[in-house]
Design a protein around this ligand. Sequence first.
Ligand SMILES: [Zn+2]
Length: 291
Amino acid sequence: MSRQGRGWCPFADQIEGITSFDSGFVDRVGWCDHTASGYYSTLTSPDFWNNEGLSVHFAIALDGRIAQLLNIFDTAYSQGLDANGNDVNQSSPNVTYKPFAAMNYGNPNGYLISTEHEDRQVTNLVWPEAMYQADLRVKRWCVEECKTQNLNALRFNIDSLAGHYMFDPVNRAYCPGNNWPRERLYNDLVGEPLMIRKNGVANPTFWHGRTLGGRQTMNAAFDFNLPPNTKAFRLEVLMTNGNLTVYDGAGNYAGQTRSGYGMIDVYPKDGWITLDGTGVINILGIVGYWI
Ligand SMILES: [Zn+2]
């Protein structure tokens, strides 16, 4: 089997040998995300899937590794059962997937791209940043790949992002879990690119080529290399155009700057802040911080 061209992700590790799926080109209207209750090593084992009679298109590891198991235009067996164990259909109980009627109450295996996420059996896992970025990269690729087939993977806006629990709220109530970053993913998928450089210099760990969506939540300790107990810090920024607004971890307004030079004091509640902006900004540096 040649894994190049339509539907094959060029930056994923290709895992061949899955037999439990339906082949054939089908429409794609979005994704269904899962949490694996297990390990990446299992998710990349064809025997595991074939023995279970299940499959997914992608598996993503906590450290950001990406595996592709099926072509995105083939049908995986991953979210097709309802709370009663029957194929999802119009009489399935308590389906909360909003576009369900628009999709004629069809089985969601037939129109969603499914991704398993390693969780090492942690319920409600908070995705590590590496996993988040890998998942976002895959979804961005899916959007572009679908465009080449005149398909729109974002046609239902944020409802293009489904979770397994929407089809089976009983047996899959915690799939993909309460910390599934649905809004962040959506904002990053539709947001304008926002490039950040630290001191105007590429930094291999974060700043170089980092594209933010229109709104992006960041961890101060991870993204800015600040101590985890930082209460506030001052960003020195230079905007070539556009504008930047910063919110604290509770979503409260924390500062804003427009074209030109500015300082923003940022209060990273619980260690998190959100940057929301357009255009190109240069973060000249962290002027200082308080702990
Ligand atoms: Zn699931």
